[in-house]
Design a binder for this molecule. Sequence first.
Ligand code: ATP
Length: 244
Amino acid sequence: MEAIKTAALTKRYRQALAVDRLSLTVFPGELFSLLGVNGAGKTTTIKMLCGLTAPTGGNAWLLGDSIVEHPQRAKQKLGLSPQETAVAPNLTVAENLQMMARIYGADSAQAAARTGDILCRLSLQPVQKSLAKTLSGGMQRRLSIGMALISGPQILFLDEPTLGLDVLARRQLWALIQSLKGSVTVVLTTHYMEEAQTLSDRIGIMAGGRLTAVGTPGQLMAQTGTTRFEDAFVALAAPEEVAI
Ligand SMILES: Nc1ncnc2c1ncn2[C@@H]1O[C@H](COP(=O)(O)OP(=O)(O)OP(=O)(O)O)[C@@H](O)[C@H]1O
């Protein structure tokens, strides 16, 4: 079964057709990146798949559960590390993780066990007693990913996970994301071409709310006759005139 399947998924705002009949498939264990210039519809797509905003047309399924007909069942399958920070600044790292585990219904013993597991898996033990607001940007993002993983989701959404980070912090997060590959299906959005090319099994390019191309980085370069992935992106990401 596909991890994610969308069929003509659409979001129309009064002033904008943010996502226009998006049909794509993401396979289990895959790391799939959504790329596109500002306003292409990436975040709106993720918000619909995570149940944060309702589609105005079409449908999508997370491991077989429709986000339209069974939104609660679909939500149980996913974790989200959003663009805006999800971290409570005045709680410690461990408290943030425990709080998220309790929100997902764990009792205090289960929450402590899950927190210990995430602290270990994400190498957050050294800062577990630090207030989140004292962490570097990279560590805050690591914590945000930990919070998204605390419920044991099968699908993880990472919306611009390395935005604004320095190159070292970015590389450390890449290593973390790579370590998740295979155990959880990951969908990420990014504006960094090198990041997409390094991490992704496949990439979908959006322009003007539509999916203009899908493939491995190599396939997208071959399709556009380019030898640099950034050139392939430029060729595929120019928004067309969209009739509303
Ligand atoms: N809540 C909203 N109300 C009205 N229009 C919106 C809303 N959210 C997004 N849009 C519009 O939908 C379009 C797609 O926006 P979206 O944020 O999904 O793009 P994006 O590809 O994630 O961009 P970025 O890379 O800048 O994050 C844009 O034209 C945006 O202005």
